[in-house]
Write a protein that binds this ligand. Structure first.
Ligand code: ZN
Length: 158
């Protein structure tokens, strides 16, 4: 596995729409592994293709208690309720915003072997699923944030 470079806000790649993978090859599995290692190293809970400069619909997520989740060509098929809370992004370092997301999200995707599956997440996992899938369409959380946290609020979090 290898650590990948994480692109930050301002990079054109983060604003592009990603192509579907359709066929999960060894190259895609290697990409997922590298993304997972990169995410852990950066202490994030999710990472999407464009964040490492790859315009394909691939996402890795690991929230507390969720275990590792690999998503290829993920699509949100159901949402329920809503939650308003803090959100950050590895591509927007040292910032935080308040974003409304569904409380519960069901996603359909391919796994790392190309097999279709469904996954339902609540709370932080639902938030991560929405956030990462947005990345695949060039959407960053500040686009949807009610507001960004102030310097004072960020300092209090540390
Ligand atoms: Zn992000």
């Amino acid at each position: 596995m290898a650590l990948l470079n994480i692109l930050t806000e301002g990079e054109e790649t983060l604003r592009k729409t990603c192509r579907p993978v359709e066929k999960v090859t060894e190259r895609i599995r290697t990409l997922l592994d590298d993304m997972y290692e990169t995410m852990l190293h950066a202490e994030g809970v999710g990472l999407a293709g464009p964040q490492v400069g790859v315009l394909r619909r691939v996402v890795v997520i690991e929230c507390p208690g969720s275990g590792r989740i690999d998503l290829v060509d993920p699509v949100i098929i159901r949402t329920e309720g809503s939650q308003v809370g803090r959100e950050g992004c590895l591509s927007i370092p040292e910032k935080c915003g308040i974003v409304e997301r569904p409380m519960k999200v069901t996603v359909q995707a391919l796994d790392r072997n190309g097999k279709p599956f469904e996954l339902t997440g609540e709370e932080l996992l639902a938030r991560a699923l929405c956030h990462e899938i947005d990345h695949l369409d060039g959407i960053l959380y500040p686009d949807k944030a009610q507001r960004m946290l102030t310097e004072e609020e960020l300092e209090e979090l540390e």
